[in-house]
Write a protein that binds this ligand. Structure first.
Ligand code: TYM
Length: 331
């Protein structure tokens, strides 16, 4: 099939906190595994990151870190551009326009905003509230068909679709209606310290998440201390969230059948499962970490990859923005 006939995939990741195995299983691994089937664009969303306070030096470094991680995980930038959101100003510009056609009520229903602002509504930024409009702009600028994300972002993608539909109804067919693609099993990896909470970059204690760049020693320590239960029976049982989460991670990294995994650990204790999971993670992350180190030793290459990626896709974004402006009578 010629490249232009493939469906367009767009997805993004924030350069804040440490990228963890939840991000990897819910998003990055699938971007890599399926990249040949689609016409992809991947974005490091630094404008989203500043919806909460960021230290400028750390942010700049994190942008490069995430770029190198995506490449180390196997994204081929020749085929799938990896760019930095703030390098293409059409994102911010379209976000403003979409703000003006999006009802407040739609935004107020966003679960992530409610969760993130519940502690202190007075102090969170307007940007945090408006986050989904910028995300809609990201997606709609590139005539995206499919948006592979974890479950926590599904509602935002559905909102992007609703905004696109509303624009099309008002101004005539303009945007492609995007669809979220959420993995069946790994859409919501839970925290190791508290399996009732989603594994997250921005919250949780020292033993909450395995980061892609953790050393073998740290990986083992985190997995060994993961919260389980007192049953000592190793089965895929969603009513026992701690052990279920560990088994799910094991299943995803080993690509083995559930029955096969249950057979292997039948009659064994949690410590054995945890040790085997730690071995598996260490084995999987080692080559990624080695490639990451190599990439980071040559900052200029990373820089030129993200810059060239932006140059390649900028015309697409500008064309969409221009159409939108014309339809609305701007300028
Ligand atoms: P971010 O940076 O929080 O997360 C990146 C991707 O990882 C997924 N994810 C998870 N998947 C499974 N289990 C978890 N515990 C877990 N935690 C995170 C997320 O769902 C996401 O797919 N708003 C987005 C970034 C974004 C974006 C976009 C995505 C901005 N514009 C346009 C798609 C399209 C975010 O904060 O992702």
């Amino acid at each position: 099939m010629p490249a232009s006939k493939k469906e367009r995939v767009f997805s993004g990741i924030q350069p804040s906190g440490n990228v963890h195995i939840g991000n990897y299983l819910g998003a990055i691994k699938r971007w890599v595994d399926e990249q040949d089937r689609f016409d992809n664009i991947f974005c490091i969303v630094d404008l989203h990151a500043i919806t909460v306070p960021q230290d400028p030096k750390t942010l700049r470094n994190k942008i490069r870190e995430v770029a190198a991680l995506l490449l180390a995980a196997g994204i081929n930038p020749q085929h799938s551009p990896v760019f930095v959101q703030s390098h293409i100003s059409a994102h911010a510009e379209l976000a403003w326009i979409l703000n003006c056609i999006t009802p407040m009520g739609w935004m107020e229903r966003m679960i992530q905003y409610k969760e993130k602002s519940s502690a202190n509504k007075e102090r969170v930024s307007v940007g945090l509230f408006d986050y989904p409009a910028l995300m809609a702009a990201d997606i709609l600028l590139y005539r995206t068909d499919l948006v592979p994300v974890g479950e926590d972002q599904q509602q935002h993608v559905e909102l992007a679709r609703d905004i696109a539909q509303r624009f099309n109804n008002t101004y005539g067919e303009t945007f492609v209606l995007p669809k979220a693609v959420v993995p069946a099993q790994s859409s919501r990896i839970m925290g190791l310290d508290n399996p009732a909470k989603k594994m997250s970059k921005s919250s949780g204690g020292a033993k909450h998440a395995v980061s892609l760049l953790d050393s073998p020693k740290i990986i083992r320590a985190k997995i060994m201390s993961a919260a389980t239960d007192s049953r000592n029976e190793i089965r895929f049982d969603a009513t026992r969230p701690g052990i279920y989460n560990l088994l799910l991670i094991y299943e995803q990294f080993s690509a083995r059948k559930r029955a096969d995994i249950e057979r292997e650990f039948s009659g064994k204790g949690y410590a054995e499962l945890k040790n085997a999971l730690a071995d598996l993670l260490i084995r999987h992350l080692e080559p990624l970490q080695a490639r990451y180190k190599e990439l980071r030793s040559d900052e200029r290459t990373i820089e030129s990859i993200v810059r060239e990626s932006a140059e390649r896709i900028r015309p697409l974004a500008e064309k969409t923005l221009q159409t939108v402006k014309e339809k609305m009578g701007l300028g």
